[in-house]
Structure formats: C-alpha cells, structure tokens
Write a protein that binds this ligand. Structure first.
Ligand SMILES: Cc1cc2nc3c(=O)[nH]c(=O)nc-3n(C[C@H](O)[C@H](O)[C@H](O)COP(=O)(O)OP(=O)(O)OC[C@H]3O[C@@H](n4cnc5c(N)ncnc54)[C@H](O)[C@@H]3O)c2cc1C
Length: 502
C-alpha cells in the first residue's frame, strides 16, 4: 500500500486544477435570491423534468466540493461527484499508507458501483472470485457450504462477489478519479474546519494552507476531525470499543510450503470458522496468489490503544484448539498486528444545518467488519451522494439534495451496523444449547426457518438480498423521482422538510 500511495502522490499534480489562487479553491459565486420554497420547486422541476429556469445559479453551475480523506469512501465519492459534473478536490493526510490487513471482500452492492464507475479493466484481473463459501465449527467440521457461490451471486444480483487486495482497489479508484479530473492534495492533514453560520465551507491543514468550497464531505474515517467539529468535540464524537479486536494476516503463496494449503489458496473460496467468543475468516486474493486471514477475538488492548504489534505466540495460543487447517496457516505467520474494533453512537444527522458539511463511511457509521460492509457501504454512500448532486445545477439546490442523501442513507447505514452485531451474536455463541441449535440450523441450510435470520447472514435469504441487492445509484434516482412527484402533487412545500424532520 505504501508503494501505491507514493505512486499516487507522484502523479497527483498531473491534472488541470480548478481555478485556484494561493492553494484556495474559489467558491462558485451564487447570486441566487430565490426562497427556500422556490428552491424546492427548482430542484423538483430539475430532477423530474430537467427544465429548470432559475435565475440563481453558480457561475458555471458546478459545485466546488472538498472531500476530506482518500480512503475507499472518499475515493468512491470523488468519482461519483466528478461524474455528476462537479469540481472535486480530495485532501488526504497520508503521503504513504502501509496497509497490514490487506484483504477486502467486495459484495455485489459494492462491485455494482465499481462497474458503474468504470474503474480500469485491469482491476478486475486482480480479484479472486470465490466458488464456495464454508462455515466451519471451530473444530473444522463443515456446518454449512454454499457451492457455486460465484455464479449464484452473479445470477441473483447481476454483479460479482469478489475478494480484493485493498491496494488494488484503491489504485483503481484513484486512477479513475484522476481521469475524471479530481484534484488530490496528499500529505495535508485537516486540522480546522469552519462551516458554522456560513454558506460555503473553509478548512485549514497542518501545513497552514486553507481551502474553501461549496461543500465539504467528511470521509475522514473512524477518528474523523470533521465529525469532531460537527459535534463540537462532544464525548459522543469519540468512537466506542466494540469489545473485539482483529488480527489481520496476509500470506503470499511463496510463504506457504505445504502443498495442500497452496492448493487451498489457488482455488478461491471463503471460509468462516466460528467458535465461542471468536471467529476467523480466510479467503484468497489476487486470483489465488495470496491468502487473507482475519481473526476476531475479545479485545485485550489497553483502553487508549487502537492498534499494536501482537504476539504471534499469544495468537497461536488463542487458536490452539481450532481447526488443524487454520492452525497450519497460522503456523506461517511470523509477525502480526492487532486492531481494536470500534463503533460509535448514531449521529443525530449526517448533514449540518448550513448544508455545507456532509458525512460518509466510517466517519458516520463505523461497524464491526463481520458482514464486510464497512467499505461497501461507504461506496454506497458516495454513489448516492454523487448521483443526487448530479441533479444539482445551482447551489441553492444543495440543501435539498443533502437532505435526500440523509433520508436515503442514514437508516440503511445504521441498520447495517446493527446487523453486524447480530452476526457477532450468532458467530460467537458460547458452547451450550443455543449453539447446538444454531449448528443444527446451519446444517439444515438457509431455508431452515423462513421467519428467522440464518445464522450466517452471508447466505441468509432474508438479510443477503437487502445487503447485496441494493443498487445505490437506482435508489438515489428513485429518491429524485419521488421528490419530483411529491412536489408536483403537493406543491413546493411538499418536500421542503425542515432538517429536524428528516
Ligand atoms: C479487520 C477489518 C476487516 C475489514 N474487512 C472489510 C471487508 O472485507 N469489506 C468491507 O467492505 N469493509 C471491511 N472493513 C471495513 C473497511 O475497512 C472500512 O469500513 C472502510 O475502509 C472505511 O472507509 P472510509 O473511507 O470511510 O474510511 P478510511 O478508510 O478510514 O479512510 C479515511 C481516510 O481519511 C484520512 N484522514 C483522516 N483524518 C484526516 C484529516 N484530518 N485530514 C486529511 N485526511 C484525513 C485517512 O488518512 C484515511 O485515508 C474491514 C475493517 C477491518 C478493521
């Protein structure tokens, strides 16, 4: 990952920048004098019929947007907003990022967006598409197996389930963003944000530069500085430990001498091992050249430590009574880090009252990685936001578009967070009657009880469709269309919901 970010940095100055003056992006002038209600009419008209004739408009109709954070969420939003016709700058604190746990599962709700954004074709050659998904008891017994997982996913959702190296995805998104004219300011840490009581937004970086834009998108992750500002540094702006931590491991084929394990890696599949208070996940990357393992166990890191070098011996002891195959893989690990898994209280809003600051990804809905939805849902956020903003042709329409974003995304994002905790409850059951019942349910398969969720949400006929079947772009367009209809039927006030009602 370090190499990728160095590469990103080297290439980040190659594109023409929007109008700049001493590193300040000039805010588009908005000479509008129309009222909030008029705004709604305009947006509704524009969204529904594409026939806005408002007198108020930015000089060229494009918004200036600053995205804080070049994580997967920030990059996805950059592409989506640039495709929507706006001027986008991404400000990222890292000059180099060294990723440890490099694997990522991209489920169809995420891969559908990568297709829509036309990430470079080369990216798809780097993925591994698992043919089977296994859920093992921690002893190794297979409790459930879904065969033809790859083809079934494509058939059901029209997009693939792929396991990827984070660096490959980040590079693909970055290249696509550059091609769309997104400007990157790397090695710039945002230290102050000025958004209250003004129509534009301004921020300052540690190097002393200041930037101004119509809109700031806080995509700055779990420890978001933007969120701290939004919540006036209140205690609830701080992440909360989930009680679990993750060991993140990547092995290359070269590091594995056991021929059976090499064969296991070469044929991409996904494996979960579930045990009392813990579980493990393993999957191939890069078409079967690498193996990614994540071990999820009770958190024993000190309070203020979010990541630290772990003891390989401690890790092996924790898994000493687990599946011999998993242990053989762990036997090849000579160094590993452990990461505290955090979440946070639900935010009151994802958009501020001034409609010049909006949040996405881990900055507003950090979750347990137990459904692999953190990055996928941050891509969804970016897709919805960019699609809604593509209908904004003048700044006066921004507020309504951001309120639509919150209405479309907040409930879903928070529902996914809650579902990750449900998945933990089912995967981490202590040995006993409930666990025996769960294992019977897994052996019986997903149609065991149509009223309850299957203990593996990854295969659950109730949960999987709402997770993987979600089409973020279509949802945003649906919101635009229904807003248009509401305005046609109920007049301008029909959609002018005050912030407090959203
Ligand atoms: C063990 C583990 C496994 C996971 N597996 C999966 C998976 O398989 N699938 C999945 O979808 N998700 C997975 N996730 C979750 C996923 O990694 C995150 O949810 C996702 O990466 C969040 O993306 P983001 O862009 O919102 O935030 P981040 O990736 O955290 O990006 C935030 C960016 O903002 C930058 N930044 C922060 N502060 C500032 C500042 N002040 N100024 C400038 N820049 C700043 C940071 O440097 C960073 O680049 C996993 C997580 C863990 C811990």
């Amino acid at each position: 990952m370090g190499a990728v970010l160095s590469w990103l940095r080297k290439h980040s100055g190659n594109k023409p920048e929007p109008t700049t003056n001493n590193n300040t992006i000039k805010t588009s002038k908005n000479s509008t004098t129309i009222t909030a209600d008029d705004t709604v009419v305009d947006i509704a008209g524009k969204m529904a019929t594409d026939t806005v004739t408002s007198s108020g408009s930015s000089s060229d109709g494009r918004l200036t947007i600053i995205i804080v954070g070049a994580g997967l969420g920030g990059l996805g939003a950059a592409i989506s907003c640039a495709m929507g016709g706006h001027s986008v700058r991404v400000i990222e604190q890292a000059k180099e990022i060294s990723e440890i746990g490099a694997g990522l599962q991209i489920t169809p709700n995420g891969s559908r967006l990568l297709q829509h954004w036309q990430v470079p074709e080369a990216f798809w050659k780097t993925v591994a598409e698992p043919t089977d998904l296994f859920v093992h008891r921690y002893s190794g017994e297979v409790l459930y197996r879904e065969t033809d997982f790859n083809t079934r996913q494509r058939t059901k959702y029209g997009a693939p389930f792929v396991d990827v190296h984070r660096a490959d995805l980040q590079q693909a998104l970055y290249k696509r963003a550059l091609a769309l004219g997104v400007v990157f300011s790397l090695d710039e840490r945002v230290v102050a944000l000025d958004v209250a009581g003004r129509t534009d937004a301004s921020l300052t970086t540690a190097s002393g530069k200041s930037f101004t834009a119509d809109l700031v998108i806080g995509a700055d992750g779990l420890w978001s500085q933007c969120r701290k500002t939004f919540l006036n540094d209140a205690p609830r702006s701080q992440p909360i430990p989930t009680g679990d931590l993750a060991y993140r491991i990547v092995l290359t084929l070269d590091e594995i001498s056991d021929e059976d394990l090499r064969e296991w890696v070469r044929k991409p599949t996904v494996h979960f091992w579930i045990g009392p208070g813990a579980h493990a996940v393993g999957y191939s990357l890069r078409g079967g050249e690498m193996y990614n393992i994540v071990l999820l166990v009770p958190d024993n890191l000190p309070d203020q430590v979010s990541k630290e070098k772990a003891s390989v011996q401690e890790m092996n002891e924790l898994f000493s009574s687990w599946d011999p195959t998993l242990k053989r893989f762990l036997g090849y690990v000579d160094s590993v880090d452990k990461w505290k898994l955090m979440h946070m209280e639900e935010l009151p809003h994802w958009v501020n009252d001034e409609a010049n600051l909006v949040f996405l990804g881990d900055a507003c809905h950090p979750m347990l990685p137990y459904l692999a939805q953190g990055a996928n849902s941050s891509l969804e956020d970016g897709a919805v936001l960019g699609t809604l903003l593509s209908h904004v042709k003048e700044k006066s329409q921004l507020k309504t578009a951001l309120h639509s974003y919150e209405a479309v995304r907040k409930q879903r994002g928070e529902a996914i967070v809650r579902e990750t905790f449900n998945q933990r409850a089912d995967f981490h059951m202590l040995n006993g009657d409930k666990q025996v019942f769960r294992d019977e349910a897994l052996r019986a398969g997903p149609n065991w009880d149509t009223h309850a969720a299957f203990p593996s949400r990854w295969n659950c006929p109730k949960v999987q469709p709402w997770l993987y079947g979600y089409d973020a772009v279509a949802e945003a367009e649906k919101a635009v269309a229904s807003q248009g209809k509401a305005n046609v039927s109920s007049g301008p006030s029909g959609s002018a919901l005050p912030h407090s009602q959203l």
